[in-house]
Design a protein around this ligand. Structure first.
Ligand code: T46
Length: 141
């Protein structure tokens, strides 16, 4: 990973990016296999989510993802069977890395939240593990 952009990765898998700003405003760069550790095959964004709605509720077999709240904020519940954690995404300067074995649920979306997701694989419904019992069978060693 490029040290120029990377300040640190903490144990919650948050990458803090450097902001390349000047008097005109801010600019942040994300490069595949550099800022984030995979090829980016797919990009999507989630927005207009009602505050009381909880989304996600799955893990994956292969897909790695990077989540960035480019506007507003939301929370992410993570569970990799070793430990559970809540992460607040409230800045476009924070990138949350999700491994396939991170069960995740997103919630507490602010009205203006735009959650950008960079994914390592093309969309494949077969790559989703939506049943927590199955998730435990797949990932408990
Ligand atoms: C994830 C979290 C962070 C597609 O057709 N293609 C796509 O690439 C995606 C991502 C979704 N869809 C369809 C499948 C569903 O009919 O869009 C609909 C909503 O998807 P889903 O219910 O999976 O949305 P979330 O917010 O629960 O989860 C999404 C991603 O699917 C998932 O990979 O990790 O965001």
């Amino acid at each position: 990973m490029n040290k120029k952009y990377l300040k640190d990765i903490d144990i919650s898998k948050i990458i803090k990016v450097n902001v390349l700003g000047d008097e005109r405003g801010s600019l942040t760069v994300i490069e595949e296999n550099n800022t984030i550790p995979f090829d980016i095959k797919r990009v999507f964004y989630i927005y207009g989510t009602k505050n009381e709605v909880r989304r996600g509720f799955h893990g994956h077999y292969k897909t790695r993802q990077a989540l960035i709240s480019v506007a507003g904020s939301c929370k992410v519940h993570l569970d990799n069977l070793q430990r559970k954690k809540e992460v607040l995404l409230d800045s476009p300067e924070k990138i949350l890395l999700l491994e396939p074995n991170d069960w995740h649920e997103m919630y507490d979306f602010s009205k203006d939240c735009v959650l950008l997701v960079l994914a390592s694989h093309y969309y494949d419904p077969e790559d989703y593990i939506r049943d927590y019992e199955v998730f435990m069978e797949v990932y408990s060693s």
